[in-house]
Write a protein that binds this ligand. Sequence first.
Ligand code: ASP
Length: 353
Amino acid sequence: MKKIVVLATGGTIAGASASAADGVAYRAGEVPVGALLEQVPGLQQLLGDCALAAEQVAQVNSKDMDYALWQRLALRCTHWLAQDDVQGLVITHGTDTLEETAWFLQRMLDVAASAGVLRAEQARKPVVLSSAMRPSTARLSDGPQNLADAVSVLLDSRASGVLAVAAGHVHAACDVHKVQPYRVDAFSSGDAGVLAHVEEGAVRWLRDPAARVGEADDLATAAPAQALWTAVQDEETQWPWVEILVSHAGNDGRSLGACRQAGVQGVVLAGSGNATLHEQVEQAACALMQQGVPVWRSSRCLEGRAVPGAESPVPLAVCRGQVLRPVQARTEMVLQLLAGVLPAEAATAKTSA
Ligand code: ASP
């Protein structure tokens, strides 16, 4: 019998407030996963003859996401995905840092396949992040519908890789980002557009979800993959300090120097427009790179992606031919440093577009 496993981490989807009218002053990560699943009408019919297992991995507000939980989540994912009867995973998660966890998990599953921890087809099973913008105690909580839609997507034979399902839309891990602090339809896939819509339990695919999943790159080759996997398994691993700094009007680059003084190991610059940097920020970035600290550039624009071609001594943060958004780029730099793909001096060579 096939099985779906729900890994719960907290978030607003598990939030509780004193009043059903309160959609703001609630506590995220309060309601246990069993109770969340009981709130989903018709879940049994949706599942058909597929079994359901649930595990409370954590109970946090995702604004407080940390590396220890990322490590645990990566290990629980590979544990379950390695089992032949497991069709895929649903991960309940807060919306605030969902895009960071989505990118982290997609990269870790690519790496798990390259490191021989999972077979390729196991690493491509669907892992669906499910969230909500209203707590489970709200008058109109969006959690139960989002959970039901996540299950519908998991059971669809085309589903593959790390996905986020919310407000009837299916997003790919490489594209999803939160664009709304309050509205229920809080995520966008930017220019790429959503992968699919979920309508009355049916998934209408607009793009092939498997298109980018498992594509090879520097991180997902055997030696770095082994190194990264070893680091992620080890609770003692010191995760590198990589900071995002914004280029803005009146910027004199002092924040880069201050971070360097404090021991920063990598910097992602959220540049204006097409990843452009204030001239003083660029100078400060060059000084850091000369000292062996990797610095990448991305765009602080909310939609679209920076287009390579403009001259700058600071390399763009590129993965698989696309410029990463700042929070993705930060995660990517952390992983590349852990994997040894990015010895500081080689930063430019590894990322130039
Ligand atoms: N702060 C919450 C969280 O990220 C917000 C949410 O889930 O919508 O856990």
